[in-house]
Design a protein around this ligand. Structure first.
Ligand SMILES: Nc1nc2c(ncn2[C@@H]2O[C@H](COP(=O)(O)OP(=O)(O)OP(=O)(O)O)[C@@H](O)[C@H]2O)c(=O)[nH]1
Ligand SMILES: C[S@@+](CC[C@H](N)C(=O)[O-])C[C@H]1O[C@@H](n2cnc3c(N)ncnc32)[C@H](O)[C@@H]1O
Ligand code: SF4
Ligand code: SF4
Length: 333
């Protein structure tokens, strides 16, 4: 296993398969006047073969979990083919995907047939008007719920991610909790983070996990659970008397950098050791220039062994990112 400067092992690889998205979520890729997103050119994207080669290399270095993300990963043509290729890699115990769910109804069966066991689906509100504003494309929550239902029918385990932004969807916390409790599906509340440069993040728009926890437990008492694995991002709870879970992802109020075992590869093959990194190492360029696996392993080893990232712990009350900020849709959320 490979350890960084704070003795954190490299265990999880988050691969962005595209920087494009069919949504314009207000906290991620907001549609702003005069703002044109400049997406990667097709020839700059990693091919499936390149992704698999890198995943193999990371597995040799100790990675056990792979998550496909983006942008919107279901926009990448034949993503199920990539999943079936990744499944063959020795040492990889878990392959999953984080999606906005818009295309999930159409893709759930293909994902399952490719060997995927679970997906995380983002949904910020049940109320159609609130959700339509939050996704920036006027999409109704019914569409995502149909995708979630199809995933469940196909036998995929599903977790829901809800980013909470004060004054926007905090009124949806209890309706979402009640709905997914009834459905027996895990819901995770995510604190609005200061990632990227476009979402206009302000601390007073963050609803903390503690506030959300108190709101829920008053009506539906919660009790804590052990983490599923070291470095789990969400703190888990269950509704007392049931096995139905909720989770809290508290990157702002209770940072979890101290056991962060994650690295990210952007769709154009750059390696980032933190969601808040400002620069990435161009693995794809080196691969395309003929680097051997051993050379790439040496490069990753050097980068991970000198890793000092702990942005969320250092952030404090204010966003402290200086210089260039990388958007979540680019780096792979
Ligand atoms: N600050 C920070 N936030 C993260 C990190 N990893 C994930 N998150 C946040 O957690 C959210 C949920 O992540 P998911 O993509 O669902 O993955 P996950 O929770 O790690 O997945 P599992 O626990 O394996 O289901 C992301 O959208 C981010 O908002 C991280 O390394 N740092
Ligand atoms: C960047 S998206 C990529 C995958 C897919 N498009 C989706 O939305 O699930 C991954 C996750 O990041 C979360 N996210 C994006 N911007 C965020 C922010 N500013 N704060 C917290 N979470 C954010 C999204 O809600 C989503 O769950
Ligand atoms: S959060 Fe996901 S769905 Fe929303 S804009 Fe970002 S990448 Fe797209
Ligand atoms: S802020 Fe960086 S170091 Fe901290 S948990 Fe997130 S990705 Fe890991």
């Amino acid at each position: 296993m490979l350890y960084d400067a704070y003795k954190r092992p490299l265990l999880d690889l988050r691969i962005s398969v595209t920087d494009r998205c069919n949504f314009r979520c207000i906290y991620c890729m907001p549609e702003t006047e005069g703002q044109q997103y400049c997406f990667m050119k097709r020839e700059h994207l990693m091919t499936f073969e390149e992704i698999v080669r890198l995943a193999n290399i990371f597995a040799r270095l100790g990675v056990r979990k792979i998550r496909l993300t983006g942008g919107e990963p279901l926009l990448r043509k034949d993503i199920d083919v990539l999943i079936s290729m990744l499944k063959e890699i020795e040492g990889i115990q878990d392959i999953s995907l984080t999606t906005n769910g818009f295309l999930l109804k159409q893709y759930a069966r293909r994902l399952k047939e490719a060997g995927m066991k679970r997906v995380n689906v983002s949904l910020d509100a049940l109320n159609n008007d609130i959700f339509a504003v939050m996704n920036g494309r006027g999409v109704k929550s019914d569409v995502i719920l149909e995708g979630i239902n199809e995933a469940l029918v196909q036998g995929l385990a599903v977790k829901i991610n809800m980013v909470v932004k004060k004054g926007m969807n905090d009124s949806e916390i209890l309706p979402m909790a009640r709905f997914f409790k009834e459905k027996g599906v895990t819901l995770r509340f995510i604190e609005f983070m200061d990632v990227g440069s476009l979402n206009g993040w302000k601390l007073d728009e963050v609803v903390t996990s503690k506030e959300i926890y108190e709101m829920i437990t008053k009506e539906m008492p919660l009790e804590p659970l052990e983490a599923n694995y070291v470095g789990e991002v969400a703190k888990r709870y269950r509704y007392v008397g049931t096995n139905i879970e909720v989770g809290f992802i508290s990157s702002v109020s209770a940072a979890f950098c101290s056991d962060c075992t994650r690295c990210r590869i952007s769709a154009e093959g750059k390696l980032y050791t933190c969601l808040f990194s400002t620069d990435g190492a161009d693995l794809l360029k080196n691969m395309r220039n003929g680097a051997t696996d051993e050379e790439i392993i040496a490069q990753i080893r050097r980068i991970w062994e000198t890793r000092h990232d702990r942005y969320s712990e250092e952030r404090g009350k204010n966003t402290t990112l200086k210089g260039k900020r990388i958007e979540m849709s680019y780096i792979g959320g």
